[in-house]
Design a protein around this ligand. Structure first.
Ligand code: ADP
Ligand code: ZN
Length: 433
């Protein structure tokens, strides 16, 4: 089913026109109501009159995460605080968080885009939806909550944590859908197994997973462990939160709500647009939000866009799986390594649990690269020579995929720390020096 056929299946030509009109309105809005944007545009020598169609967007300067820090907390708002009805923030790794303000209209948009996602996954008004993303400043919980409520489903606002209770209520209330991070879903899968309750007694069939990068291999793992179909949901606080993009039943890319969030792909080093279909950094402009519109925001997420109409009938552009954020990329002995590449290798091997941890350090001017991974119970008890063989096999697979051989450490099942929100899977000790 499709929540908003007009927008999700609009002819490309009409969409381009609509995006142009909405961009122009947004540019007017920020130019007249937001001092930092007006200054930026004046410095770049652009006025709202220069923006007549969506193609003109390239005349506008970029916005970065640093701008959100510099104008902390409210300078990037385009309305007085009296119009703001919600504040959310993202953790940010250092110092101050990033703050986003929503008007009532913005909250409506958030519910609308969320409803498109949940409808695409097959969630209906008669379903119980268990929201196990954290509630609070993090947009995951309240975003998924608004999505489920807009669809008219019965929302179970669990937030993250308290795994036993999650399983109990999932069972007793008959949750049909589970919304949480893929790493918390893994955690819950273990909890489900430990509960001893037979799988047939659960109604769960849909996972709405996102807020962190996850691989195709991880999808398989989750679908098998939980006995569900797992869908991707994408979003980021600066743009609105979860609901910026979603997978349809064909799972051949993540459809973007491009009538609200206009996407571009640029070369992460030069900022120049890359040719259609090529990989680069995703950039978004919000073209309907009123509280804190952002123009050409550099997400640092690396992906590509596909403008072909999808088998589901939606014309909404699809982005490929996110390889990672450009700042998640590790450069080890000169080789570029994304944690998602390590994840793909680990999930492929039947002897391993999908839990891993990467540690990078520098000893005597040489980078060290260690990958810790859990062995499944039934393999862990095996004799030493099997384990040594397995270790070699993992190291070789990783070598062939990333071009670098890590020092592999096999650890006991359940010994790597589990995450209830976004997983932390890397410790780059070189950064501390
Ligand atoms: P923070 O920046 O503190 O992590 P956000 O929740 O705003 O806070 O994080 C948004 C980021 O999370 C995105 O830019 C992207 O890197 C990542 N992300 C969110 N959803 C997905 C997804 N479905 N797949 C891959 N990465 C995702
Ligand atoms: Zn589709």
């Amino acid at each position: 089913m499709i929540w908003n056929e007009t927008m999700e299946c609009m002819k490309r030509e009409d969409m381009t026109k609509l995006q142009g009109i909405r961009l122009k309105e947004t540019v007017e809005r920020v130019y007249h109501n937001c001092v930092p944007y007006r200054k930026r545009m004046q410095e770049a020598g652009v006025t709202p009159d220069d923006i007549q169609s969506i193609e003109d967007i390239v005349k506008l300067p970029f916005t970065s995460k640093k701008d959100l820090r510099d104008y902390y907390p409210f300078e990037l708002l385009s309305v007085p605080i009296s119009e703001i009805v919600r504040l959310q923030a993202s953790s940010g790794t250092t110092g101050k968080p990033i703050v986003v303000g929503y008007t009532r209209k913005d909250l409506g948009i958030w519910g609308e885009v969320g409803a498109r996602c949940f409808t695409a996954y097959g969630i209906r008004k008669q379903d119980v939806v268990q929201v196990s993303y954290g509630y609070g400043l993090f947009t995951g919980g309240l975003g998924a909550h608004a999505a489920a409520e807009t669809v008219g489903a019965a929302v179970l606002p669990m937030s993250s944590g308290n795994t036993e209770k999650q399983i109990m209520l999932m069972h007793d209330f008959g949750s049909v859908a589970l919304a949480c991070t893929p790493s918390y879903a893994l955690y819950l899968a273990d909890g489900l197994k430990d509960s001893g309750i037979p799988r047939e007694e659960f109604k769960l069939k849909i996972g709405a997973f996102g807020a962190e990068p996850w691989t195709e291999a991880m999808r398989k793992e989750l679908e098998e462990k939980l006995g569900i179909k797992a869908y991707d949901i994408y979003g980021l606080t600066e743009i609105i939160g979860p609901g910026v993009g979603y997978e349809c039943v064909h799972q051949n890319g993540t459809h973007l709500c491009e009538d609200h969030f206009y996407p571009e792909i640029v070369n992460p080093e030069t900022g120049e647009p890359v040719p259609h279909g090529q990989m680069g950094e995703l950039v978004f402009s919000t073209i309907t939000k009123t509280g804190m519109p952002l123009l050409r925001f550099r997400t640092r997420d690396l992906t590509s866009l596909n403008y072909e109409t999808c088998e589901c009938g939606r014309t909404a552009v699809r982005m490929g799986r996110i390889l990672g954020r450009s700042d998640d990329m590790l450069i080890i002995r000169g080789v570029n390594v994304f944690p998602s590449q390590v994840e793909a290798v680990i999930c492929e091997m039947p002897e391993l649990e999908p839990h891993y941890f990467i540690e990078v350090d520098r000893v005597n001017n040489l980078d060290t690269f260690e990958v810790r991974v859990e062995v499944k119970e039934e393999f862990y008890s095996d004799d030493m020579s099997t384990l040594v063989g397995l270790k070699k096999q993992i190291a070789h697979r990783l070598q062939s995929v990333i071009g670098l051989q890590p020092d592999v450490k096999l650890v006991e099942p359940r010994s790597i720390e589990r995450s209830q929100g976004k997983a932390k899977r890397v410790n780059d000790k070189r950064k501390l020096v």
